[in-house]
Design a protein around this ligand. Structure first.
Ligand code: GRF
Length: 200
């Protein structure tokens, strides 16, 4: 019997450590899913290098390459269709996903955010800014959230969350490192949950 593997795209802009964690987890857990495309607004970044050296299509797409935003969004949808993508994972993608893509893949795009949403989310809340805000607010714990993506920043349904402690001597960097380690375990589990939800 030929079993169909769920075809996944990752959208990245940076080092792609979550992409790599998911790639390895998919192999280890022998999930019926595979990453077949890495899409990025940066042609040279850790994620794109990882894709290229692992036989995964690496596609560089940015607004500037097109005459209008609509053409850019249509090209993105076209690329995803061409690769037969069923699920999109945002893993450090530093651009807003065009609404046309969200509409074309309802309930099929997830993101990981380095805090416990709904707190510390929204426009401008990314990277080290998130951890600085958590420390400034005097929180005793932080964590990571995997959520579905809709047209609003960080507002889609929460799929999974995991907590980590905030330590008295934490800097934004030390907290970021602890949260990232937690993300690497949480994201593959959340993906597994999404696939199970969609197959049930
Ligand atoms: C992670 O902290 C993630 O929560 C955020 O962007 C970062 C991506 O890191 N959305 P990496 O590229 O996966 O290493």
């Amino acid at each position: 019997m030929i079993v169909h593997k769920t075809r996944i795209a990752v959208f990245c802009s940076g080092s792609g450590s979550n992409f790599q964690a998911i790639f390895h987890a998919l192999k280890k857990k022998q999930l019926n899913a595979e990453i077949v495309l890495c899409l990025s607004n940066r042609s040279q970044c850790g994620a794109m290098e990882f894709a290229r050296s692992n036989g995964i299509a690496a596609v560089h797409l940015m607004e500037k390459q097109f005459d209008s935003f609509d053409e850019f969004a249509a090209a993105m949808v076209g690329c995803l269709r061409k690769h037969g993508i069923e699920i999109i994972l945002l893993a450090g993608y530093m651009r807003k996903v065009p609404d046309a893509v969200v509409t074309a893949f309802p309930e099929r795009i997830i993101n990981i955010h380095p805090a416990l949403l709904p707190k510390f989310g929204g426009e401008g809340m990314y990277g080290i800014h998130v951890h600085t805000a958590v420390l400034e607010a005097g929180e005793t714990e932080s964590g990571a959230t995997v959520h579905l993506v809709n047209e609003e920043y960080d507002k889609g349904r929460i799929l999974m969350q995991r907590h980590v402690p905030v330590l008295a001597d934490d800097t934004p960097e030390s907290l970021a490192a602890r949260v990232l380690e937690c993300e690497h375990k949480l994201y593959p589990e959340a993906l597994e949950k999404l696939i199970a939800e969609q197959q049930s």
